[in-house]
Write a protein that binds this ligand. Structure first.
Ligand SMILES: Nc1nc2c(ncn2[C@@H]2O[C@H](COP(=O)(O)OP(=O)(O)OP(=O)(O)O)[C@@H](O)[C@H]2O)c(=O)[nH]1
Length: 373
């Protein structure tokens, strides 16, 4: 008897791109897809896209690059390092004027929460669908505008809100618009803003348990009377942090396990600087650039020089791709489920209970009122 064929379990991995308008999100999505396509056998290349349309039947991943006005997804059957997955990229409209940011951000958060609702609905079924697709957003790339000198108030607001619902990974788009010195200045400034000044819990950021414990201890001692200070005099402000690079100094490759090293490596790399390839303005397809004898498939030509956007010498594109699809993929997926989904689920259940309680109290009140008429 022939052995029964077993269908492999399909791993879904979903990555969203978010940021201000024109910072290179769509171009990055296209470059990533093209880079994956290049490693596939020819006959599979044209069948891999299942892009959603903008409602007019027009798919958004092909054709001339236009401003993204509605969120859309594009999926690809990818194989990286022998690992098969369905990779879905979710492109979102770039933030425009400051008064629109909150509305746009709410739409993005709404999208992320809707995926949690789908899981919640599936979990509540008596008979669950074993083939239900995981649509949760496992990683959210936040594109920082390279023309800024530091994160501004709006970036901080967006990063804080997004980090409550997803694994946020900071990226600098259009990194070729910066000189090396500018890039070297921008990275520590952004990290200082995230880690020291605003303590934004982006993906992988070390938590400040010690600071919280110390503040709690100080407050307890003071109220116990074991300290000279009055409670009002207690300084509950967490103490200043060392820089992230100083914090990372304590990890040595020979003493740590692979997961810790993957995080150290990741934290040393953020924000990833990426450069997207140049597209034919008519078709939107990547321009093939001739550099002497060699053809650069995903490059940019500046007139005075040409670059290969996938080269590690010019950008962190490959480092980011490997981090997402290989070294951190499983952690990002489990983190989304165990941390963000669980948090959302708890909030929803408490909300439901509160609404139910309110309606019971309200109906009792109505009955009481009716009985007195
Ligand atoms: N120099 C340079 N230009 C880029 C790069 N990536 C994108 N661009 C250009 O920047 C412009 C905007 O790129 P998009 O990819 O549409 O930016 P976006 O963030 O998706 O913009 P929205 O759809 O408005 O949110 C286009 O003219 C791109 O050709 C890059 O890495 N380097």
């Amino acid at each position: 008897m022939a052995p029964r064929s077993r269908k492999p379990i399909v791993n879904h991995f979903n990555v969203m791109v978010v940021g201000f308008a024109g910072v290179g999100k769509t171009s990055f999505v296209r470059t990533l897809l093209e880079s994956l396509k290049m490693t596939m056998p020819q006959d599979k290349r044209d069948t891999m896209f299942q892009p959603s349309s903008n409602g007019n039947g027009q798919t958004l991943i092909e054709g001339p690059l236009e401003r993204t006005l509605v969120p859309y997804t594009v999926s690809i059957d990818a194989e990286v390092d022998g690992d098969k997955m369905v990779l879905t990229l979710i492109d979102t409209p770039g933030f425009q004027s400051s008064y629109l940011i909150d509305k746009q951000l709410n739409d993005i958060i709404g999208y992320i929460e809707h995926q949690f609702d789908l899981t919640l609905a599936e979990e509540s079924k008596v008979k669950r669908n074993t083939k239900a697709v995981d649509t949760q957003v496992h990683a959210c790339l936040y594109f920082v505008d390279p023309s800024k000198r530091d994160l501004d108030e709006q970036d901080i607001r967006v990063l804080n809100k997004l980090s409550r619902r997803a694994n946020v990974i900071p990226v600098i788009g259009k990194a070729d618009t910066l000189t090396l010195a500018q890039r070297n200045r921008l990275r520590p400034t952004i990290i200082k803003s995230i880690y020291n000044s605003h303590r934004i819990p982006v993906y992988g950021m070390p938590e400040d348990d010690d600071d919280e414990d110390e503040a709690e201890e100080a407050a307890t001692e003071a109220t116990d009377g074991t300290d000279e200070k009055t409670p009002d005099a207690v300084d509950t402000k967490p103490k200043e942090r060392a820089t992230l690079d100083d914090f990372l100094e304590q990890f040595h490759s020979e003493d740590e396990d692979d997961e810790v090293l993957a995080f150290v490596d990741y934290l040393r790399s953020i924000p990833f600087s990426v450069i997207a390839c140049e597209e034919d303005p008519e078709t939107g397809s990547p321009l093939k650039i001739q550099d002497g004898d060699k053809t650069i498939h995903l490059g940019r030509d500046y007139g005075w020089g040409k670059i290969d956007c996938l080269s590690d010498d010019v950008s962190d594109f490959n480092r980011l791709k490997t981090m997402l699809l290989v070294s951190h993929r499983r952690i990002l997926i489990s983190d989304t489920l165990e941390r963000f989904y669980e948090q959302y689920r708890t909030e929803r259940l408490l909300q439901r209970r509160a609404t139910k309680y309110k309606s019971v109290v309200a109906s009792k009140q109505i009955l009481q009122d009716l009985s007195t008429i």
